[in-house]
Write a protein that binds this ligand. Structure first.
Ligand code: FEO
Length: 171
């Protein structure tokens, strides 16, 4: 089967978004590490790897259908944040933009009756629900535990427990 040019472009754009997310989380991890938030740093290093697996999933999908993926250049990321809360908020906004892009691709697949891409995207739709929930839950902690040093320390400890290995890109 052949993908439409519109779908190829949308999938390539998604490769760019996932690569940007990976870079942006790497920069967040780096800022957290230097600032002394070790738990958050570990969390975002893992998150950065996870985004790379998302990118690879799409690259492999395109390649499996004989379309050579355009590997994008990505823009420079923000390297400094006012606070951990601002950083988490930025991550949530990032995920919301990714969700929108995924949903847009699902609509294209539906319109074009591209069943294979539609099924392929199902994994991403579910993943985005989890991704947004993850960051919303962390943001809630600032209200629950506080924004003073002790509160932030508790949130950092929570993030340390949440840092898990990325999913297998071939899964
Ligand atoms: Fe690949 Fe966090 O979306």
């Amino acid at each position: 089967m052949k993908l439409s040019p519109k779908m190829i472009k949308a999938l390539n754009d998604q490769v760019t978004l996932e690569a940007s997310a990976s870079n942006s989380y790497l920069a967040m991890a780096s800022w957290c590490e230097v600032t002394g938030y070790q738990g958050a740093a570990n969390y975002f290093y893992v998150q950065s790897d996870e985004e790379r697996t998302h990118m690879l999933k799409i690259v492999h999908y395109l390649n499996s259908l004989g379309t050579i993926t355009t590997i994008p250049a990505t823009k420079a990321t923000i390297s400094s944040y006012k606070s951990l809360e601002v950083l988490i908020n930025t991550a949530l906004k990032n995920e919301q933009a990714v969700t929108k892009a995924i949903h847009n691709m699902v609509e294209i697949a539906q319109k074009e009756k591209d069943h294979s891409t539609y099924v392929f995207l199902e994994w991403f739709v579910n993943e985005q629900v989890q991704e947004e929930t993850k960051f919303e839950t962390i943001l809630q902690k600032f209200d629950l535990l506080g924004r003073d040093k002790l509160g932030i320390n508790e949130i950092d400890k929570f993030l340390a427990t949440e840092a898990t290995a990325p999913t297998d890109p071939a899964a």
